[in-house]
Design a protein around this ligand. Sequence first.
Ligand SMILES: O=C(O)CCC(=O)C(=O)O
Ligand SMILES: [Fe+2]
Length: 384
Amino acid sequence: MADGHQWKIVKIPPIVQELAGEVHEPPSQYVVREQDRPSVAAVSGMPEPVPIVDLSRLSASDDEDRAGELARLRSAVEDWGLFLAVGHGIDPSFLGEVINVTRGFYELPLEEKQKYSNLVNGKEFRIEGYGDDMVVSEEQILDWCDRFYLIVEPESRIAHSLWPTQPPSFRHLSNLVQVSCCLNFSCFFLVRDVVREHTVRCREIAGLVLAKMAGLLGLQEGYFAGMLDENAMTYARFNYYPRCPRPEQVLGLKPHSDASVITVASMDDSVSGLQVLRQGVWYDVPIVPNALLINVGDGIEIMSNGAFKSPVHRVVTNAERDRVSLAMFYTLDPEKELEPAPELVDDERRPRRYAKTKTKDYVTGLFETFARGTRVIDTVRISE
Ligand SMILES: O=C(O)CCC(=O)C(=O)O
Ligand SMILES: [Fe+2]
């Protein structure tokens, strides 16, 4: 099962935040092959800008306004697979808090963060928790990034060992140590409470976008959004990209696409790093203050039978600044099958392009392919 799955790993990777403080050059296991090296500024003076969609206008009463924004949405999800969403209604101060608690988590002492380790008994890898890449081979090139994954919903799948509901008792410790432990724990409670609230707000946004995307395909508006039911799983991934002395040699996050139905990401307003691949060219996703990034996941590419695209994206690092982001991955009930909507398949004009898989197997497949630098969607693609 995706959430309970554990993998044997060949080695335990270092925590990049610790490593970054010690080295002047990235160790060889982080240095990507010559042909995979990032141009640190990709196409910023780009032939075309990364799309921006004003969500408030998708439901505008003025027909022309609405049609114009829907056309922008169509082009974004067909051609790019992602866009920056403005007019989403989330208060900028709350978005600032989301980024602050993400930073706050990474500012905790290492021992504190390691209480939430993604390694079981120090040697098996699980999705949830704090740590680094799942290392499946000696040759694997590692990402210059630490991450903390939490399952936010449904309640029944939350790993309560990683998600305490009661602060532990520190009474046996000295006063000074008690105070510092309480501070650390209150930071974790803040992470928990903020991410819960953020999940609900971002799901409303995801629901609106999914409804409009279904409409663009001639499906009922609730078609995709309704699939995010009470058993649907939401993962939060808090990313931390330390400064890197040689940003041109490493990747913060290797090229991948998201296994979600849809992803809603909040990013640092002070430092960019996300790049998207479109028609063979890497584009920088610019900083637009208070915008959210909406990323079509593999789930929508599959369910739309390829009409909408799950984009390949990656993250580059920065020599001067560290960077944080928080990605919310909305996925289906792990027991639900992922397959093209029957309405969008017909043998003559639109043959089926993806085979059926169970969501939990798909998500498990993501972690295995990601470690190898390949894409899980290619394992279900039906060749023409
Ligand atoms: O850090 C970012 O901007 C994107 C992160 C991302 O792609 C992911 O967590 O899947
Ligand atoms: Fe991603």
